[in-house]
Design a binder for this molecule. Structure first.
Ligand code: ADE
Ligand code: ZN
Ligand code: ZN
Length: 284
């Protein structure tokens, strides 16, 4: 997700924590020795701290899970291809957060990373296909400022739905994240308590499976322009690498209207599941 999405997920989660878990998280924040050049704390708030993995970029393969194009389902907690991915990252950082024998900074870094990973695993394009790097290699024309299909999901869908549809805001306000706090208000208010119970009673590989199920819908894939015709994912499954089959999405309002609500529910689910995961890791 873009900054807005990650900060929003972690804000929703923070608000769901019990006093006990929030106190423990706050103690990690207060006791940090991460500092900027002025000697100020680098991660004074949990929500913005969840951007740390994008800032340090030390674990590049752990932001996503990519499968071969003919892969049909996520059915266990294994990372494909034997390298670290979102699933191993979530497991590792939940364990580190709960390990009170580790130094404060390591546990704080684990909490911030966990917030980042649980956000990412709910972004459908982060549990996608390796041949187009989760839509990163798919050019985009038409609506949305974003430059490729991946970025449509990371940024454009979130911004349009959260900021311009529900929360008309000017650019200054957007930069200050004010709409993010209001979005957290209405997303929590809109969340159905029974649905939340179902969301939190699941495991990370199931969150990945939900993302991948979204991705496998032909409509989520792209209209690849060949002359006047659109080619969808079925054609891409047999993509032969022919450069004439330029991979260019033509983004339209119908796509944005259809998948905007999906993005809202993925961000909400991520927030509640992050809270439950931290709660479990921080319980005695
Ligand atoms: N880099 C390669 N594949 C990616 C994906 N699915 N999401 C984000 N970054 C990636
Ligand atoms: Zn992304
Ligand atoms: Zn990421």
């Amino acid at each position: 997700w873009s900054k807005f999405g990650h900060v929003l997920v972690c804000e929703i989660a923070y608000r769901q924590l019990t006093d006990d878990a929030r106190d423990k998280l706050y103690a990690l924040i207060e006791n940090q020795s991460f500092e900027d050049e002025h000697g100020d704390q680098l991660y004074p708030s949990f929500n913005h701290g969840c951007l740390r993995e994008d800032q340090v970029r030390q674990r590049p393969s752990e932001h996503y899970i990519n499968y071969p194009r003919d892969w049909s389902r996520v059915d266990n907690a294994q990372c494909p291809g034997g390298r670290d991915c979102l699933l191993s990252a979530i497991e590792l950082d939940a364990e580190r957060l709960g390990d009170t024998s580790l130094p404060n900074d390591e546990r704080l870094a684990a909490a911030l990373a966990l917030g980042h990973w649980i956000g990412d695993i709910h972004q459908p394009m982060h549990v996608s296909f390796s041949d187009d790097r989760g839509g990163n290699s798919v050019n985009k024309r038409g609506r949305c400022g974003a430059s490729n299909l991946h970025a449509v999901w990371d940024r454009c869908l979130v911004e349009r739905r959260v900021i311009f549809v529900r929360e008309p805001a000017n650019a200054d306000e957007y930069a200050e994240f004010t709409p993010m706090y209001r979005a957290a208000d209405w997303m929590i208010e809109d969340a159905d308590p029974d649905a939340i119970m179902g969301w939190v009673a699941t495991e990370p590989w199931e969150w990945a499976a939900e993302s991948f199920d979204q991705i496998r819908q032909a409509e989520v894939q792209y209209c690849i322009k060949k002359g006047d015709a659109c080619w969808y994912s079925e054609t891409l499954r047999s993509y032969d690498g022919d450069e004439d089959n330029q991979r260019t999405v033509v983004m339209d309002e119908a796509y944005l209207d259809r998948f905007g609500p999906v993005v809202i529910s993925r961000l909400t689910q991520a927030g509640y599941r992050l809270a439950a995961t931290m709660e479990a890791a921080l319980s005695d």
